[in-house]
Design a protein around this ligand. Structure first.
Ligand code: NAP
Length: 545
């Protein structure tokens, strides 16, 4: 352990105590924590700036669905209070600015290598260290490797045959060009109506010449309420800093709200509807994450709440039977997919220059030079194609790196058979590799990301600190601990209706991906308690030598 903040270069290898991959929400904080601990640490980031999700996703309308007062770092009250969000749900440019503000405030950028993608990471069992290589040939020899690669950061770019033949512009939302894309007056196609597609569609609708929206699976949607935040309002949130910091660690999904309604069966339908109306009017995700937990477990509850939302959606579509059939979910229950917040999204379909293409009747066959060919033989001619088709979530970012642990075992190959982790923090067989935003921890699907990522960073930092103080060099989750966690994870997940629904939550958006709920659904508060318990008891299950 070199125990200093200087990078140690030999002729062609950079030697570190800790290497962090990624400079997003988790990576920045992890770098900060490791520097505080006096480790020689460096972060490597594929983008040219900090931000992670907020660097790559610059598509029109990108914003978060967690309120600004809780999409925050909690390690510095001063930092919290001195930032001024402009509204309740700020858009991407503001969040990217905020992340730069944090990075500059802590002077983190000097220890981040930008424009560098990690190609491989191989564990050397003789030295108990990782040898990492970058796309420009740099080699890094590090004791600890902490992957802060993001849960939704491996965009499904090559989704359709013939993409390269298209004469116009084609962009995935997760790789949106920095200089923007001119859509004014253009014929635009949007493929995908998940949380991303919805934000794009509602934002570009006033500018495009015409728009064809390719809809396969519709989403239940909730209208967002996004008031401006004045200095006075932010000062009030600042006064609640300590309460909020404590609160987000205890709730089901890492938000400040939680399931607080009386049990479903103690109320009659009118009483339940009153509660749903109240949360509907809040214009946040509280309708999903702070009304009735029964919607995740019980068909009757799921049906009733789904119908409550469907009714609202039908009214907005003027009860048009064709649009209602296409855009209102029938085959799965409310909340078993990620619920998007939106702003006049459904009304876009009522515009004369907008056509909804029903991919359930005729799916996309291929991209051709002039546009998109569907299985009914029709060619939809457009100038620009926007791929809002999602990500290889959870496992994708790590599988795109050639990671090899003990005996040369490949993580990618292992996860092609079964996706397993030890609480999303380590994988057995990959010593001294820690992960944030990884499968089987509460994450994007069921957690306010800043809450979960910071918690994981804190836990990882505490674990490494403990090992160092006890003279240990190697930390590895035992097979038994990992198996127990996977069993518990599945037991909790399999009681819910989420596992019966297809979406990226279950990995079903990627051909051949083994099916398992990617996020832990036992609650953020419970996960925190379990992690704290481990730390208090000297990390049983995480073997140290
Ligand atoms: P997504 O939820 O996976 O949605 C992808 C969309 O593309 C789906 O509608 C999917 O339809 C469609 N699609 C994929 N392949 C298709 C094909 N061959 N033909 C027709 N349609 C196809 O991805 P996303 O919208 O990028 O969202 C991913 C996650 O990112 C969200 O769930 C959320 O967690 C996060 N996110 C958050 C925010 C926010 O905070 N506000 C905003 C954006 C994203 P099928 O379902 O039928 O496959």
């Amino acid at each position: 352990m070199t125990q200093n903040t200087h990078t140690n270069h030999t002729s062609d290898t950079t030697k570190l105590d800790v290497m962090v991959i990624g400079a997003g929400v988790a990576g920045l904080y992890q770098l900060h924590r490791m520097r505080e601990m006096g480790m020689s640490v460096r972060a490597y980031e594929a983008g040219s700036g900090v931000g992670g999700t907020w660097y790559w996703n610059r598509y029109p309308g990108c914003r978060f669905d967690s309120q600004a007062e809780i999409y925050q770092y909690w390690f510095s009250e001063e930092l919290y209070k001195s930032w001024q969000p402009s509204e309740r749900f700020p858009a991407q440019p503001e969040t990217e600015k905020w992340m730069n503000y944090v990075a500059d405030n802590l002077d983190l950028k000097k220890d981040i290598q930008f424009n560098t993608r990690i190609k491989s990471a191989h564990y050397n069992e003789n030295t108990d260290r990782w040898l990492v290589t970058t796309d420009d040939g740099e080699k890094i020899d590090t004791q600890f490797l902490i992957a802060c690669c993001g849960m939704l950061s491996a965009p499904l770019v090559n989704r359709f045959p013939g993409q390269s033949s298209f004469k116009g512009e084609i962009h995935h939302t997760g790789l949106w060009p920095k200089e923007g894309v001119d859509l004014k007056g253009k014929k635009v196609a949007v493929i995908g109506t998940g949380a991303t597609g919805i934000q794009v569609i509602q934002t570009i609708a006033p500018d495009v010449g015409s728009m064809k929206i390719f809809v396969r699976t519709p989403e239940y949607v909730i209208p967002m309420k996004n008031p401006k935040y004045t200095k006075e309002i932010w000062a009030e949130w600042g006064d609640k800093f300590h309460d909020l910091k404590k609160r987000v660690k205890e709730t089901f999904a890492g938000f400040d709200y939680d399931f607080e309604a009386p049990p479903w069966n103690d109320l009659n339908k009118e009483e339940r509807t009153e509660i749903l109306e109240k949360h509907w009017n809040d214009g946040s995700l509280s309708l999903w994450l702070a009304t009735f937990p029964e919607i995740f477990f019980e068909e009757d509850a799921s049906q009733e709440v789904s119908e409550f939302v469907r009714k609202k959606m039908r009214a907005r579509l003027n009860n048009d039977p064709k649009l209602c059939d296409l855009l209102i979910p029938k085959d799965y229950g409310f909340g078993t997919h990620r619920v998007p917040l939106e702003n006049k999204y459904l009304e876009v379909y009522l515009q004369d220059n907008v056509e909804a293409v029903n991919c359930r009747e005729a799916g996309i066959e291929e991209i051709v030079p002039d546009g998109i060919k569907t299985t009914d033989g029709k060619i939809h001619e457009v100038d620009v194609i926007i791929l809002a088709v999602g990500f290889d979530a959870g496992s994708g970012a790590l599988s795109r790196i050639d990671i090899r642990g003990r005996k040369g075992q490949s993580l990618k190959e292992q996860w092609q058979n079964e996706i397993k982790t030890a609480m999303g923090l380590q994988v057995h067989g990959y010593p001294n590799l820690f992960t944030t935003g990884a499968p089987l921890a509460p994450s994007a699907a069921l957690c306010n990301m800043t809450t979960c990522l910071q918690h994981q960073v804190d836990w990882i930092s505490g674990c490494i600190d403990y090992a160092i103080k006890h003279g240990k060099q190697v930390i590895e989750a035992s097979q038994e601990f990992e198996d127990d966690w996977v069993r518990h994870h599945d037991e909790v997940a399999n009681k819910t209706l989420v596992v019966k629904t297809d979406s990226w939550y279950m990995g079903s958006n990627v051909d051949g991906k083994p099916r398992r709920l990617l996020s832990y659904i036992g609650g953020v508060g419970n996960y925190h308690k379990k992690c704290d318990e481990l730390a208090k008891n000297g990390y049983p299950g995480f073997l140290m030598s």
